[in-house]
Every structure is written in C-alpha cells, then in structure tokens.
Design a protein around this ligand. Structure first.
Ligand code: UD1
Ligand code: UDP
Length: 366
C-alpha cells in the first residue's frame, strides 16, 4: 500500500480537493490520509461535512486575523512533525494558499514528492493576487506532478521550464465538485423575493483591503440605491479586514442582504438563482460560467483568462465608475446580458479527479 497525504487548509481547497479524495478512496492500492491545517476553521468544516470528508489529522492552525508570517511559521513547524511521523509516499495540495506553499516547502525538505492540483495559473505579477502568485510559483518550482486545469496553464509552466512530461491537463476539480453538488437538491435558506433579479457579491482578496474594498462598497451602495427593484446578496468573508468595512458601508441598505458565508451547496443555489455575479474570488470565476451567469471580476488582473477570452467574464477592477457602469449596463441592456450568459465551461468537464488519479496510479503501480 502507498500512502498519499491530501492536505487542505481553506474553503476552496476543501471544495476542489474533495473529488480527488473521493476518487482516491476508491483505489485499492492507496491509503488516503487527509490532513486539515485548518487555516480556515468554520468555512473548512462546512465543506468537509458536505462531502463526507473527516480529516485524519487536524492542525487547528487558524487564529483571528492571522498574519502571513506567523501563519507560515506555525504551518512549517507543525507540518514538519506530521511528515516525520506519517512518512507519506506523496503529498497532494490544491491551489495557491499559504497552506499550499508551506506544504510544498516542508515536503521538499523531506524529499517527499508533491502533486500540485490547479498548477500553472499565473498573472505574472507577484503583487496581484497577493500572496497567491508567489505561493503558486514557489509550489510549481517544487512539485513533481503538475495537474493543470487548462492548456493555457500548461503553457505557463512550460515557459518556466517545467518538463512537459511532468504536466497533465486535467481540467479543474472545481467542476467535478460542482457537478456532484448540482445533482443534489439545493436549498437557499435566505428569504429572497422571487420576482426580483438578484446580484450576488463576494470579495475577500488581500490586495483589495483598504481603499479598493472601500471603492467596491461605494459602487455597490450606488447600484443598490439606483436599482431598488434589484436584490443584492453578499455572503461576507469572515476575514475582519473585509467584514468590518462591508458591514459599515452596506449594513442597513434596504435591498442589500449581508449574511455569513453560505455553506457550499446553498452558495451554488445562490449562484444558480443570481442574475449577475460580482466577485474577486478565483473559484467563483470558474463555477459561474458553467452555470451560465455573467461575472464581473473586482480585480485588475486574473490568472483565469479563458472565460474572459470567451466573453462570459469581464474584469472591472476595484474601481467605482467601472463597477457601476458595467453592472448597470448588464441590468439595462438585454443584448449585452445575453452575450455573457451563455453557459460554457472553459475550466473542466467534471472528470479532472479521475485524470489525476490515473497519473498517480500509473506512477505507483508501474
Ligand atoms: C485565504 C487564502 C486565499 C484564499 C482564501 C479563500 C492565504 C494567504 N489566503 O484567504 O488565498 O483565496 O483563503 O477564502 O492563504 N476566518 C474565520 N473563519 C474561517 C476562515 C477565516 O474567522 O473559517 C478569519 C480569521 O480571522 C482568519 C482570517 O479570516 O485569521 C483570515 O484567514 P486567512 O486564511 O489568513 O486568509 P483569507 O483572507 O481567508
Ligand atoms: N463559496 C461558498 N460559500 C460562500 C462563498 C463562496 O461555499 O459564501 C464557495 C464557492 O462556490 C467557491 C469557493 O467557495 O467554490 C471560493 O472560495 P473563495 O472565494 O473563498 O476563495 P478563492 O476561490 O478566491 O481562492
């Protein structure tokens, strides 16, 4: 038996790793050990509950308003102990969080091969997104298997002199998770008025803290006031830098519902119910096109250009004028809306986890 350690830290990692954990568990040759660093606590736990994943090891790392350096330092020390104890044959990580980068570094020190899921996303700008671009570049340098979601992400890795033989284009496991979830009955418990159009908002990026998030909030307030017949729903990320400002600016706006983060399945239900989605999230940029929902991205750059090239996602940045103008245009102009609401899935076909397992099986059973 081989031992593979699947490591998850935050909400999106738990969502995108779940299909891989479920697929690996069906393989007779591997003992799957799930390690939660719990860089996120409540947001991680709700996803694991939904997919029936119980971590075998839980580092319970999260602290309120954690700083990057202390988070990284604590992760490195705790992970060092785990790897010494568990001695896995491989580790799997997903994405570009501090958990991912810390696992990659620690595993490299222990000479344990690393499989990187969602490999090769790049903006080529170290400060956008911050610190994720650095996290994925470092992880890419150290990984043995690169599971790229798209041909474009494969090309990015080739530019960095990663060997072609080490890259597999798999699609993004976010679409596997979406299809597993969309096949179930989805309930959104937030009371919405059925006749009203819904604008769904999420924002949490560190580079948007302060002035950019302030601009986003001002734009949202203007849009809500100008369009009283439209409902806005914003499940607010629990990061105190986000929560405090969002509640200060948007709390009390009558057609604006602020709520805690939604559990994954209700959030998919909210996306399905939405007319337009405004977000700076990576995962939402991948899911929404597959659900046929136009997305305006509250960032100046994205590592996910495929949906933009297809015309179903547009960058508006954290800029007051552009957010107001582009959102209003989608509300008023049926043709512009129709062009963006086409229902395409540039990020996967729902079979990514199977392709990842194929590569690992071929390696370990060769
Ligand atoms: C992290 C990732 C980011 C990813 C995002 C997904 C890093 C540096 N950032 O950002 O790449 O896109 O997750 O959401 O890896 N908190 C809670 N409960 C939770 C989760 C977070 O209260 O369940 C609060 C805590 O005060 C915590 C803070 O949010 O300290 C920040 O969490 P952290 O993981 O450092 O950063 P995120 O902004 O969530
Ligand atoms: N999501 C969720 N509840 C919410 C908001 C988002 O379950 O209230 C899901 C969403 O479907 C997507 C993932 O969380 O799969 C995205 O996570 P996030 O935006 O926190 O991180 P990012 O993708 O930007 O790293």
């Amino acid at each position: 038996m081989k031992k593979i350690l699947c490591i998850i830290g935050t909400r999106p990692e738990a969502i995108k790793m779940a299909p891989v954990i479920l697929a690996l568990r069906a393989e007779p040759w591997v003992n799957v050990v799930v390690l939660a660093t719990a860089q996120h606590r409540s947001m991680l736990d709700q996803v694991n509950r939904f997919f029936g994943v119980t971590p075998d090891i839980d580092l319970d790392i999260m602290r309120p308003n954690q700083a990057l350096t202390t988070l990284t330092a604590r992760l490195l020390l705790e992970l060092d102990d785990v790897l010494l104890r568990e001695k896995p044959d491989a580790v799997l990580v997903q994405g570009d969080t501090t958990t991912v980068m810390s696992v990659a570094l620690t595993s490299f020190y222990h000479r344990i091969p690393i499989g990187h899921i969602e490999a090769g996303l790049r903006t080529w700008d170290m400060l956008n997104p911050f610190p994720e671009e650095a996290n994925r570049v470092i992880t890419g340098k150290l990984a043995k298997w690169h599971f790229s979601p798209t041909e474009g992400s494969r090309q990015n890795l080739l530019k960095e002199k990663i060997l072609d033989a080490d890259i597999t284009v798999t699609g993004n496991t976010v679409i596997d998770a979406l299809l597993i979830t969309a096949s179930k009955e989805l309930k959104l418990t937030i009371p919405l008025e059925p006749a009203k159009r819904l604008i769904l908002v999420t924002a949490h990026r560190r580079e948007n803290f302060g002035e950019p998030l302030h601009n986003i909030c001002r734009a949202l307030k203007t849009l809500a006031e100008d369009n009283p017949e439209v409902q806005f729903l914003y499940p607010v990320h629990p990061n105190p830098n986000v929560k405090e400002m969002v509640h200060r600016f948007l709390g009390g706006v009558p057609n604006f519902i602020l709520c805690d983060p939604l559990d994954y399945a209700p959030f998919i239900a909210a996306m399905k119910r939405a007319y337009i989605i405004l977000t700076d999230s990576g995962g939402v940029q991948e899911e929404a096109p597959a659900l046929g929902k136009p997305v305006l991205v509250l960032r100046d750059e994205t590592e996910r250009p495929e949906a933009i090239e297809q015309g179903v996602v547009k960058l508006v940045g954290p800029h007051y004028e552009r957010i107001v103008h582009e959102t209003q245009n989608l509300l008023d102009n049926a043709l512009a809306y129709k062009k963006m609401a086409r229902g395409i899935s540039p990020y996967g076909d729902g079979q990514a986890a199977g392709r990842i397992v194929d590569v690992l099986r071929a390696h370990f059973l060769r």
